[in-house]
Design a protein around this ligand. Sequence first.
Ligand code: NAP
Length: 246
Amino acid sequence: MKLLEGKVALITGATRGIGKGIAEVFAAHGAKIAFTFRSSDDAAKKMVEELPTEAIYFKADAASFEDTQRVVDETVKHFGQLDIIVNNAGITKDTLLLRMGVEQWQDVLDTNLNSVFFTTKAAMRTLLKQRSGSIINISSVVGLQGNAGQANYAASKAGIIGFTKSVAREIGSRGIRANVVAPGFIATEMTDQLPEKELASWLETIPLKRAGQAEDVANLCLFLASDMSTYITGQVMNVDGGMVMA
Ligand code: NAP
């Protein structure tokens, strides 16, 4: 059974890792895809060829409101609708607070948090007019419990949670849902950068004793994007192998 037949999804930062996994799972379930990236042009072209449904891409900086407005406008113009938004684009610039410069703070907040406001704001009129939509914002378990050396990242990911809950309350009456997905340790290029020792200590804290795959996150996003979850909004759901338990 295909869960997203007839739907259009916009996914930010989808040329690799979790975003790519989400695009693949959504397309396998029938969704048409619009996705963004900032620098990986070749990967974007390859993805469009490989995805089983129609897909378009935009080279657009998630941290720019102008870029984001263009992406949303052109997606709606091209497909005539927008049903699912996944705010996935994110970066890390880790360092201890003592060494953290204003730029390291600002870049991470701009890319990870402001971007979520930008996409949601840019799509608001379309979603309100349609009286439906599912917004899925990718946070992190680090946004729930903090992490030494990631004060900027943790603040951006915690901010996403407050933002999403507010949006869920504000536009739930119009049939639009907003939820947060909080991955734990997922094997992607982002986590590839971690030193061996840190990697081992992360794995130690995971009851399932393995790193997650992009597909693990994508499967939860699929559920939240689909009509299987029409009574679920304002929630934070972890995909973390049991790392953080409520
Ligand atoms: P990744 O492998 O580094 O991929 C990031 C993607 O985002 C790439 O396609 C990248 O493409 C794009 N991107 C980065 N900055 C962008 C910008 N300013 N505008 C548009 N696109 C941008 O990251 P990932 O591990 O898949 O992480 C995806 C999301 O999950 C992030 O929000 C991250 O914080 C979150 N997360 C990841 C983990 C994990 O363990 N991996 C855990 C918790 C949460 P370009 O390089 O071409 O820009």
